[in-house]
Ligand binder design. Structure first.
Ligand code: BGC
Length: 816
């Protein structure tokens, strides 16, 4: 232990006090030993440091900071350098705001397009997500502070995120859901990891010794700190045993006492706590270093805004360009239609929400574009209501223009933390308007703003489609520069666009049942599924157009790398993302027909040719063998493919690879659907063959009294009439708020009350309510109303007395 001597000077209470927050965002300080509080702040695409009222849902304002485009956007750049640059600027701003740990990036896989938080994550592919994350982390941590990769692991939906049990087989866990974390730990060298709210195969992630010790510490050699997601601790002692150093936010000392009791009773050894303290001290001291002699640093707001603009420009994806309608020539007469042109949709909602320093919108910068505006009409109601007047006005304007620029997308309430989307559709009122516009002007270029995949049955109505995703605070100008050709688009999709939601591999298993969600599709997520099962998609993974064209030639393979030539065959400078996919020719182990194993982004002048090399690495040929419980390589022929998207393979060759000689992991006859690749409809029996254990009962056991880990939603079948009434009241208020258009408030009720486990009531109230009081509430819920109420009052009085005594002691100590 590095801080053995310092730890020896601490009392047991002092050591335990470090294991949970002092308040919502800070860790405990111990002044007499020179231990300062650390400040942890969101988030992944900008700093959300709350100066006053604190919350984890993005409700209260934070200090202004640059709002860079979120991860879903930046991953379309396929540029790890850009990731590092953003990390660097995030780091600078974090230091200027005196933050020690920045709570990002988020690297969860996009298992299903409806996950409400997909905008915060990079990709459906673990290799791409991991490499992007490593870039961010390197950039952030170059300032001496810590990044915090989250949410470890299998947190792939928002519905019941604090209670859901994710059932997944070990190979899928390793290959799909953990690889991005592995890269973030090994290559990014993140100093902090945030555990996820959910359970993994029956155990809360922060209590899972398999996840936290065997994989994270022993295999990946992670020597940093694990922090719980806010309010995500269940059994504090079990968490500590699994190596979870820090619980956030504060529990007003309640869980520290649990640790003390466990040590005093001999249930756990004090060394377990000491080791956690040691690792936490390392994080505290190293991230404090930067603040030792430096004065408060100033942020150059304009310069950071420009970086946000460049980031958006490199990430915007051109999806359609019929008749080369784009780029628009200077002087083109344009009608600007759509609410999103005036009020950009530039980030998602929830804990990642940033209070931007500047916010560009299209209208303000239109004059600089060289295009001629014939006017602006909002055309539709942002939150979905029909408005014929607006539609008519927009159509009248469209008639006057050469080209219609139609700004469409999802509103900010639809893509939010804590809730999944209900469908993959855009609002009807926008589509009606689009159809009407098409009747008066055939030259429509749509600009799409949303952070996750939508269905596009309307695409035939537009000649051009520019997908800005959520383009950050400088997105308005960045999009215009792509439209006019000042910037040649080079973004490529980091997720597949299926034709319809029903085509997605997890369609039948999302968001699961009451207790659990079964990842029956196994390794077949995203393009791995569409490609192997031959399902037609709208836009494949890795797809994106440019204003120039590229030619791939002359592939050469060696043991360690693949080399080829790339030529810009068009008239303008451009960037191409070349992608390396690998497919195994043997059918002994079921696999996706191809997997991304490398990529590079190359800048080429018109007519220029460059030789490009993509090296192989430890992941190129590996698979996880459940029999040996290790990464192995199968001896076989492998196809090495270079593509400009996952379905546009330009060059291919084969290579023979020596294997590690491991026994084959599967009995093929037991897993026919997996071997066929058509894994969107796997039976429970076959899934159990893959898992090697029985799936848990997915429905609530309505005969049992409700306990700490049951959710408020389960009050619907509680014994206590009071609880059932409360449940109906919550549902009524939710529906009512929706009806009167207060969707945002309605959503908050859903995520912070309806789906909250009872333990969260104690964990998230900063000490106002403690576990003994919660016991009383549970008595009331379970039918013993008066007994429970008496218990609550008794415990409340006890707590008030203790708090008073503590205050007196604190005051006396101060005076001494
Ligand atoms: C989110 C985390 C976030 C934390 C603090 C949680 O609700 O899941 O991603 O960092 O709140 O705001």
């Amino acid at each position: 232990m590095k801080y053995k001597e310092l730890i020896a000077q601490m009392t047991l209470a002092e050591k335990a006090s470090l294991m949970s927050g002092k308040d919502f965002w800070q860790t405990q300080n111990i002044d007499r030993l020179g231990i300062k509080s650390m400040f942890l702040a969101d988030g992944p695409h900008g700093i959300r440091k709350q100066a006053a009222a604190a919350d984890h849902l993005g409700l209260n304002a934070s200090i202004p900071a640059t709002c860079f485009p979120p991860a879903a956007t930046i991953s379309n750049s396929w540029s790890t350098e850009l990731g590092e640059t953003i990390g660097d600027y995030l780091g600078k701003e974090a230091v200027a705001q005196r933050v020690n740990v920045l709570l990002g990036p988020g690297v969860n896989m996009k298992r299903n397009p409806l996950c409400g938080r997909n905008f915060e994550y990079f990709s459906e592919d673990p290799y791409l997500a991991g490499k992007m994350a490593a870039g961010y982390i390197n950039g952030i941590q170059s300032h001496g502070i810590s990044a915090c990769v989250k949410h470890f692991a299998v947190n792939n939906q928002e519905e019941r995120r604090m209670s859901i049990d994710t059932i997944v087989d070990e190979r899928t866990l390793r290959e799909i859901y953990l690889t991005a974390f592995e890269i973030a730990v090994k290559e990014g060298k993140t100093k902090t990891v945030m555990s996820a709210y959910n359970m993994l195969n029956g155990t809360y992630t922060n209590e899972s010794t398999h996840l936290m010790r065997e994989i994270l510490r022993d295999e990946w050699k992670f020597d940093g700190v694990v922090v719980t997601d806010w309010g995500g601790s269940n059994d504090r002692v079990a968490g500590l045993l699994a190596g979870n150093e820090l619980e956030m936010p504060t529990t007003a000392g309640e869980t520290n006492d649990e640790i003390i009791q466990a040590i005093q009773s001999g249930a756990i050894a004090e060394e377990v706590l000491d080791e956690c303290v040691d690792r936490l001290l390392e994080l505290m001291f190293t991230t404090e270093e930067v603040y030792k002699n430096s004065q408060q640093q100033e942020v150059d707001i304009e310069a950071h805004h420009r970086v946000a603009q460049r980031a958006a420009e490199e990430s915007i994806v051109l999806l359609k360009n019929e008749e080369n309608i784009l780029p628009l020539k200077k002087g083109t007469k344009v009608a600007i239609i759509g609410d999103f042109a005036k009020q950009p949709r530039y980030q998602g909602a929830g804990s990642s929400i940033v209070n931007p320093t500047i916010l560009d919108n299209t209208l303000d910068y239109f004059d600089q574009s060289g295009l001629v505006s014939v006017g602006y009409e909002s055309g539709f109601e942002r939150y979905g209501n029909k408005n014929t007047k607006k539609l008519d006005k927009a159509c009248a304007l469209a008639k006057e223009a050469d080209v219609v620029l139609f700004y469409m997308g999802l509103d900010e309430v639809t893509e939010a933390e804590g809730l999944d989307r209900q469908s993959m559709k855009l609002p009807d009122n926008q589509l009606e308007l689009l159809q009407a516009l098409k009747k008066v002007n055939a030259n429509i270029v749509a600009v799409l703003s949303c952070g996750s995949v939508v269905e596009m049955p309307w695409i035939y109505n537009v000649k051009g489609l520019v997908h800005g995703y959520l383009a950050g605070q400088a997105g308005g100008r960045a999009i215009l520069r792509v439209i006019t050709g000042d910037v040649n688009p080079s973004g490529k999709l980091s997720e597949t666009y299926p034709l319809r939601y029903e085509d997605t591999p997890s369609y039948h298993q999302f968001p699961g049942k009451e207790v659990s969600v079964e990842y029956r599709e196994s390794i077949y997520i995203g393009y791995r599924y569409y490609d192997t099962a031959n399902i037609e998609v709208l836009f494949p993974f890795g797809y994106g157009l440019s204003y120039t064209t590229f030619k791939y030639s002359n592939i050469q393979l060696s043991k360690n790398e693949v080399t080829f030539e790339l030529t810009n065959t068009g008239n303008v400078v451009g960037m191409e993302v070349a992608q390396l996919y690998v497919g195994c020719k043997s059918e002994a182990i079921f696999r996706a027909s191809k997997e991304l194993k490398g990529f590079t982004k190359i800048l080429l002048n018109a007519g220029e040719t460059k030789t490009v090399t993509i090296p192989f690495d430890d992941k190129t040929f590996r698979y996880f063998n459940v029999k040996t419980n290790k990464w192995e390589v199968e001896e076989a022929e492998y196809e090495i493919m270079i593509g400009s998207s996952s379905s546009d393979i330009k060059l291919a060759d084969t290579i023979s690879i020596e294997g590690t000689g491991a026994p084959l992991p599967y009995d093929k006859a037991q897993l026919p659907t997996y071997y066929s690749g058509k894994a969107n409809h796997v039976t429970e029996a076959e899934f159990e063959n893959l898992l090697g254990f029985k799936v848990p009962i997915a429905k609530w056991d309505r005969s049992k009294p409700l306990g700490y880990n049951d959710t408020i939603a389960q009050c619907q079948y509680a014994k206590g009439g009071f609880a059932r009434f409360a449940y109906h009241l919550i549902v009524f208020v939710y529906r009512f708020l929706n009806k009167i258009g207060k969707r945002s408030t309605a959503n908050i009720i859903m995520m912070s009350i309806y789906h909250m486990p009872f333990r969260g009531v104690a964990r998230m109230t900063g000490g106002i309510m403690n576990m003994p009081m919660l016991d009383g509430i549970l008595m009331m819920v379970n039918g013993q109303f008066f007994k429970g109420l008496k218990h609550v009052i008794k415990e409340k009085n006890k707590l008030s007395k203790i708090n008073k005594e503590n205050k007196t002691i604190a005051a006396a100590t101060k005076e001494m």
